[in-house]
Design a protein around this ligand. Structure first.
Ligand code: F0G
Length: 473
């Protein structure tokens, strides 16, 4: 019998393979501890993957935040750090990069995204205000609430359905927004909070058409439109791929067109912008900038460093430029999709379509026998770690926290476990190992019993909460 010719993955999938537009210059060894040791580590961590030591983790998919690999150009940029207290030349480089690629007039550095969220919330939200947004994000909503505001989710219904295949599940529902404006009055809405892609919905994108309609609606009511630009370069990829008229436009052009529809943005530069720490806040309005520039010296640092060192601002300025490269984004999202395709082939329930930064396992369908109050997504994160040392993150009832008015759990429709892919860090072989571990956890799903929360911190409880297993396996 003739030998069967081995096929490449691309041939098996009926298309040509792609490869990352970089090669590896430096490596960081990984180690995997025994299953027994993982069991001990998990118990010590209160079954919360945030409380594990990274030395006990094999493949770390906790987050794509601050976990990316910098390029040789960024590392070289660190050597060009100008650590002057005031007026560092690296700040001006950063300012120029934000102005060029995101298009806003005024730029302030912050130590990370939530530093920027804090400042914008304090500057424009008054007690009793209402802030509509396309699904909550944990830190964003908390800063809006701490400033006295109430967050309202006005995302399209499709976003809450993990099996709905709509191409832009991050879009705002304009009718919901109109109703809220009628109910509370435009004067009680300091801004509309738009994020692309939408993290808690599964990294789902917002269309340009929706942003345009939103701009028109908010202008008509005299309401500002602010953007959480954390993963907007990835959002631009989906517009290029799915929205008529954008196939021939570059990521950079699409990003700029989108941002030009908004009045300002905050940024966790630890994601799209390819740095390990940093953020920025940018607005067009002179009066708001005046207030923000004053506030930044209270909470972050002088307005030309805002919590960042000069070298970090240099690496960020270079990272911004690299992050809008079409080849980079295609490979980045391509790797996430590769993992998604494997899991889809094996009938593992995940959020579809696959989004930009992560695979989100649908814990409600994974563990239909575990009630939401027994933390199915948290349970799945623990089981995955036990199986292989792969670290993931809960994005369900624990992350959603409690309703500030009733004190009860908020019970989001989406109960997800996130496998978040750092940028430029892991290879296709790592993705294979991860997929096989998820498959093993899925095959053993009937044995999982759920968790009880035994310690609950007041703010952003998912970071530090502790759990104990319910019943014996
Ligand atoms: N906005 C979005 C959409 C985010 O995903 C994050 C962080 C922030 C704001 C806050 O930025 O962490 O720099 O203070 N998300 C991380 C994650 C923590 O794992 O999804 P930060």
């Amino acid at each position: 019998m003739p030998h069967e010719i081995p096929q490449t993955m691309g041939q098996q999938l009926g298309r040509r393979s792609w490869a990352e537009p970089w090669k590896i210059k430096m490596v960081e060894p990984l180690r995997v501890i025994s299953r027994e040791a993982r069991g001990r580590a998990l118990e010590e961590a209160g079954y919360n993957t945030f409380l594990l030591r990274s030395d006990d983790v094999y493949i770390d998919l906790l987050t794509d935040s601050g976990t990316s690999a910098m390029s040789d150009r960024q590392w070289a940029g660190l050597m060009l750090g100008d650590e002057s207290y005031a007026g560092s030349r690296n700040f001006y480089h950063l300012e120029e990069a934000v102005r060029t690629y995101y298009g806003y007039r005024h730029v302030l550095p912050t130590h990370q995204g939530r530093g920027a969220e804090h400042l914008i919330s304090q500057a424009v939200i008054k007690p009793g205000d209402h802030i509509p947004g396309n699904m909550y994000f944990t830190t964003t909503r908390l800063h809006q609430e701490l400033a006295g505001g109430t967050f309202h989710d006005v995302i399209v219904d499709a976003a809450h359905d993990p099996q709905d295949l709509s191409p832009f599940k991050g879009d705002m529902d304009l009718a919901k927004l109109e109703r809220l404006i009628e109910e509370v009055g435009a004067e009680r809405i300091p801004y509309v909070s738009l994020a692309g892609t939408v993290n808690m919905a599964g990294g789902q994108p917002v269309s340009m058409a929706n942003a345009r309609a939103l701009r028109e609606l908010t202008t008509r009511h005299g309401i500002r439109l602010f953007l959480d630009a954390t993963r907007m370069a990835e959002n631009a990829f989906f517009i290029q791929e799915r929205e008529p008229g954008y196939a021939d436009r570059t990521i950079a052009e699409i990003l700029r067109e989108f941002c030009d529809l908004t009045d300002g943005a905050w940024m966790s530069a630890k994601k799209d912008n390819l740095v390990n720490i940093g953020g920025w806040l940018a607005v067009n309005d002179d009066a708001i900038f005046e207030e923000l520039r004053n506030l930044v010296v209270v909470y972050e640092g002088l307005h030309t460093y805002g919590g960042m060192s000069g070298r970090d601002m240099e690496a960020l300025a270079i990272g911004i430029e690299e992050s809008v490269s079409d080849d980079h984004i295609r490979a980045r999202i391509g790797q996430v999709r590769y993992l998604g395709e494997l899991l889809t082939d094996w009938d593992v329930p995940i959020v579809q379509p696959v989004g930009g930064h992560a695979i989100f396992l649908d814990a409600k369908r994974f563990y239909p026998h575990i009630p939401q109050d027994a933390f199915p997504a948290q349970t799945l994160a623990a089981e995955l770690y036990l199986d292989s040392g792969v670290r993931s993150m809960e994005r369900g009832i624990a992350s959603a926290g409690r309703d500030p008015s009733t004190g009860d759990h908020m019970r989001p429709r989406l109960e997800l476990t996130r496998l978040t892919i750092p940028r430029r860090v892991y290879t296709q072989a790592h993705m294979d190992v991860v997929a096989e571990s998820v498959k093993a956890a899925y095959d053993a799903r009937h044995r999982a019993r759920g968790l009880a929360m035994v310690y609950e911190p007041k703010y952003l409880r998912f970071f530090q909460a502790r759990f104990e297993p319910l019943g014996a396996a």
